[in-house]
Design a protein around this ligand. Structure first.
Ligand code: KIV
Ligand code: NA
Length: 265
């Protein structure tokens, strides 16, 4: 079969079908999600937090995004793979954005890229779309701007809500095939979802968006520490892995591993 396309996602919105998106950062995990039928995998710059141990997504580089995106593409057959453009790889302008996105498309093989901002990233979106690169916009809480905005629910005042609606329409107008809304009130996300033709993907944006995305390590209970309230854990991998490591340590300490069946003579 062929990979999911941005056109398939437009069709899903017309039919009122909701769909899931997960982040993925490596080929093994991506292959599991692909086989599970997750149609869209995002190589998020959240890999900076999840894999590289940074406090924010700001330090993530295009080289890092390219390596991980290529791994996710190699591990999958059906999913549309979307690669995040990291901070500093598109803010200078459309030409820089095109150079960076081209790298993710050619060297990693992603089917689309994501960038943060509506009106402020308009020229970038337009040039990428004109050049044949599908663009997903990311609005509401935009983690690459954490130093300016912090981590809090966006669009609470009337002015902020109006700006968000304007940004969403601007992104669609510029040719974005989908819009991510992060950490906005459900009512506002519902309004944006109704007013756009393109799919709206929510994270901490309530139940009424066309699609839902979660960071996979949050979704699977691998992330440590306190999780945001919008996360639902569908497994407890942190516990499972910790238990496995302890059992291995015990076996080694007690000379129970390796046993006869693991041993060559
Ligand atoms: O980097 C990321 O994981 C994201 C999603 C949370 C949308 O941008
Ligand atoms: Na991101």
């Amino acid at each position: 079969g062929r990979r999911v396309t941005v056109r398939d996602l437009a069709t899903a919105k017309q039919r009122g079908e909701k769909w899931p998106m997960l982040t993925a950062y490596d080929s093994t995990t991506a292959g599991i999600f692909d086989e599970a039928g997750i149609p869209v995998l995002l190589v998020g710059d959240s890999m900076g937090n999840v894999h590289l141990g940074y406090d924010t997504t700001v330090p993530v580089t295009l080289d890092e995004m390219t390596i991980l995106s290529a791994a996710v593409v190699r591990g999958t057959r059906r999913a549309l793979v979307v690669g995040d453009l990291p901070f500093g790889s598109y803010q200078e302008g459309p030409v820089q954005a095109l150079r960076s996105a081209t790298r993710l498309v050619k060297d990693a093989g992603v089917g689309a890229v994501k960038l943060e901002g509506g009106e402020r990233s308009l020229a970038q979106t337009e040039l990428l779309v004109e050049s044949g690169i599908p663009v997903m916009a990311h609005l509401g809480l935009t983690p690459q701007s954490v130093n300016a905005m912090g981590y809090r629910v966006q669009g609470r005042s009337d002015e902020d809500a109006h700006r968000l609606v304007r940004d969403a329409k601007a992104a669609q107008e510029a040719g974005a095939f989908a819009v991510v809304l992060e950490l906005v009130p459900a009512e506002l996300a519902a309004e944006v979802t109704r007013s756009l033709q393109v799919p709206v993907i929510g994270i901490g944006a309530g139940p009424d968006t066309d699609a839902q995305v979660l960071v996979w390590t949050d979704m699977a209970g691998l992330t440590g520490g306190k999780l945001p309230r919008f996360v639902k854990q569908y497994a407890q991998l942190r516990q499972t892995l910790g238990d496995a490591a302890k059992a291995f340590a015990e076996d080694v300490g007690g000379a129970a591993f390796p046993a006869a069946e693991h041993t060559f003579h």
